[in-house]
Design a protein around this ligand. Sequence first.
Ligand code: AMP
Length: 218
Amino acid sequence: MIIIMLGAPGTGKGTVAGILSEKMNIPQVSTGDIFRKHIKENTKLGILAEKYISKGELVPDEITVDLVKSRLEEPDAQKGVILDGFPRTIKQAEELEKILKEKQTKLDMVINLTTPEDEIIERVENRRVCQNCKAVYNVKLSPPQQEGICDKCGHELVKRKDDNAKTVKSRLETYFEQTSQLIDYYNKKGKLRTEEVSERINRFGKNVAEDIIKEISE
Ligand code: AMP
């Protein structure tokens, strides 16, 4: 099964992708996580990607597409994947279509998450991620049992460098300029499922994931 997570930063893509990945037993492929790993390891790709990521801009399509293409060749990805943060441009979506065609597989569902902008900024400010297993916490809404420590694996939780108000503003601009066009693109293909994630209506990423899993297993 191939699922795409679409949505502005801070809408809960990683949370939904993580739950779906665990329950469906297929990997979560987060391009952001792959770039962050390269940055941490100071690879050539990491040094290049950081220039864009630190400004809230997108890493160029060719680089990102090649990265995803080779990730999809790995053995664990053959049963399907949850694509978390890819595609982010029409060009990437078109290239993904070609990759899936070559692999004689097809896209099953695009989950588009929406959240009011003021909540997004707050969510991103309060987000902490596990350096090891990538689990996502919100210090206000879903804090870990012990401050700064991941409940799942016991490693340290950190705040992402690009999770600050200034970079979030430019990430949001990038989203509206380049990524939001994908809503229409996938809607026309009949693949889109839009879900609101909002504290105000008491609906969170985990509720969305639970509903989808329930429907799939019915
Ligand atoms: P994320 O962890 O999904 O919020 O991604 C963090 C940052 O990595 C983004 O703000 C982009 O700079 C970069 N990035 C992640 N995925 C992509 C993508 N599909 N295309 C281009 N840049 C990306």
